[in-house]
Design a protein around this ligand. Structure first.
Ligand code: SAM
Length: 268
């Protein structure tokens, strides 16, 4: 339907940070929920351009932090961000196989987290991710997710229509259709061996706001800012963003009411 590239490829090129519900405040909230001591083994699934990896490693240098990504381009971008922030070789980055497995990762993580990755898996891809995460956690380890899911009241035909539009316009679905609502995710996680500790709909107003940045995080902001600058100066990128914006303000504009942000805290 379109010859535009995947929106995630655009986000990669422009160093986009925090591509998930509530942006950096959502991540901050998730980190509060993690309640880390600072020496745990932690994995981020689908780290994108690596902003959260920088933030976590800068604030908790003793963390044994790793990340796994499906996209080579994103992984390279995250590596560059880590280097730019003085954290090169401090975080281990892995590429998922084409089949979506993580053979390089040993099964003893204390905590796995992910933001806006599980929901965009299609069909049984979501179940696969839940099982994969479970297989890499130690007993008692936790999985924390910040995702956008369908409201329980959203009819299947609306989900189908929005996901078809999303695939055509942005290259990704909006959220998994086989396990649409938070309640379906809970059942899926329970079947995959998890105990659900929390399933929260965060309140925007109560999310954390200001915080003093570490030097590496400040550099990371500069890195994101450089990407933003390029996106404004480069005519091709400007044109591409305008096309996405037209879609978001047009066919997609009424879709937000069908979705809700949810934070899951799960224990293996
Ligand atoms: C919407 S972006 C979110 C990126 C990052 N978590 C953030 O919030 O800024 C989704 C990311 O997940 C990655 N991804 C998608 N499916 C994946 C999978 N099965 N395994 C690992 N990464 C995946 C994509 O390449 C992309 O970088």
């Amino acid at each position: 339907m379109t010859n535009r590239r995947d929106m995630l490829a655009y986000f990669t090129e422009v160093n986009r940070a925090y591509i998930h519900p509530f942006g950096n405040r959502g991540t901050e909230y998730l980190m509060q929920k993690m309640d880390l001591k600072g020496n745990e083994r932690v994995l981020e699934v689908g780290f994108g351009t690596g902003t959260t990896l920088v933030g976590m490693k800068a604030r908790l240098p003793g963390l044994r932090l790793e990340g796994v990504e499906a996209s080579v381009a994103m992984l390279e971008k995250a590596r560059k961000r880590l280097r730019f922030c003085g954290l090169e070789n401090k975080v281990r980055l892995h590429l998922a196989t084409r089949e979506g497995s993580w053979p390089d990762l040993s099964p003893d993580f204390d905590l796995i987290f992910s933001e806006s990755v599980f929901a965009i898996q299609e069909g049984e891809g979501l179940k696969h991710m839940a099982e994969l995460a479970g297989s890499k956690l130690k007993a008692g380890g936790r999985l924390l997710l910040n995702d956008l899911v369908w409201r329980r009241s959203t009819p299947p035909e609306v989900i189908e229509k929005i996901n078809t539009q999303g695939k055509a316009g942005f290259g990704i679905i909006q959220a998994n259709a086989l396990y649409p609502a938070a309640e379906d995710w809970i059942r899926l996680f329970e079947k995959s061996g998890f105990r659900v500790l929390a399933c929260e709909r965060p309140d925007d107003m109560r999310l954390p706001r200001h915080r003093i940045l570490t030097f590496a995080e400040f550099r990371s902001r500069v890195y994101s800012g450089l990407g933003k600058g390029i996106s404004r100066l480069n005519r091709r990128l400007r044109r591409e963003w305008r096309a996405y914006e037209a879609l978001m303000n047009g066919a997609f504009s009424g879709n937000a009411k069908y979705l809700e942000p949810v934070i899951f805290v799960l224990e293996k």
